[in-house]
Every structure is written in C-alpha cells, then in structure tokens.
Ligand binder design. Structure first.
Ligand code: HEC
Length: 129
C-alpha cells in the first residue's frame, strides 16, 4: 500500500518537530501551524511577523507590544496568555491597546499560544529569522 507509506512522512515530521519544540502546559498538545495562520492574520500587524513587537501598527501605539523574543512569555502561564488574547490586555492589567479576540476557537487559541511561545524561543540560540 504505497499511498499509506507516503502519508506517514509528514506526520512523523510533525511529531518530531513538536517533541523538540519544548512548549509547556496545555499548549503542548496543540499544533503551532494553525496558530501561525491566525497570528499572521490577526496579530502580526502589531506584534510583527517574528513577534518582535515591530508590526506596522506598533509605531502608533504607546506602550507598544513587547518583544516576544526577549523571554517575556516564559514568565506567563497559558491561562494568562489565553485571557489576554480572548479578553484583551485590560483583563490582566495590561494596555487596552491589546484588543481581545473572543471569537477564536479553543483549538485555534491553544495553537496560537503554542505558536507565540515558539516565536519567543527563537531568541535563545536558534536562528533568528
Ligand atoms: C492593535 C494592535 C494589536 C493586535 C492586533 C494584537 N496585539 Fe497583542 N498586544 C498589543 C499591545 C500594545 C500589547 C502590550 C500591552 C501592554 O504591555 O500593556 C499586547 C500584548 C499582548 C500579549 C501580552 C504579552 C505579555 O506581556 O505577556 C499577548 C500574549 C498578545 N498581545 C498576543 C496577541 C495575539 C496572539 C494577537 C492576535 C490574535 C494580538 N496580540 C493582537 C497590541 C496588539
């Protein structure tokens, strides 16, 4: 059954990739790929394509978004991040310039958290871009 064998490749690659990404908590089970799609659509305009807080809109916001690659997300729990993302910055005492995204599905949300944690990890030793 050659077709079966062909389909194994990408799955094994995804599993290996997830195992090495080292994310914590509930986000561990989520696939960051879907999160990237949401991130590029809803978040990158402010947070920047690499999570460095340098999106086009960031110029007009004070305080601007944090640089996710400086370790800030390691100090945040998944609950904190999902709260900020669904309810907006104010829910956790951050700026109201961070809008809430209440319509994201639970799966998208978990994947998004996994993805931004992954962006955050790129500072430490791994390739920057
Ligand atoms: C209109 C611009 C804007 C958009 C769009 C936006 N953010 Fe933000 N975000 C901000 C700003 C500004 C802050 C900083 C708030 C502060 O530090 O007081 C922030 C803060 C955050 C934080 C908290 C970081 C910390 O301090 O721990 C997270 C997480 C976050 N954003 C995720 C997202 C995600 C995920 C999306 C897309 C679904 C998104 N943001 C979309 C502007 C934006």
């Amino acid at each position: 059954m050659p077709q079966f064998r062909v389909s194994i490749g990408p799955v094994a690659a995804a599993v290996a990739f997830l195992a090495s990404s080292g994310s914590v908590g509930a986000a561990q089970k989520a696939t960051p790929t879907a999160g990237q799609t949401v991130y590029d659509r809803d978040c990158a305009t402010c947070h920047g394509p690499e999570g460095k807080g340098d999106g086009e809109q960031a110029t007009y916001i004070t305080p601007g978004p944090q640089d996710f690659t400086k370790g800030i997300l390691d100090k945040r729990s998944d609950d904190f991040l999902t709260s900020v993302i669904t309810k907006g910055g104010q829910a956790q005492g951050l700026s109201e310039s961070m809008p809430g995204f209440p319509k994201l599905s639970k799966a998208d949300l978990q994947s998004l958290v996994a993805y931004i944690r992954q962006l955050g990890k790129r500072s430490s030793g791994q390739k920057a871009k």
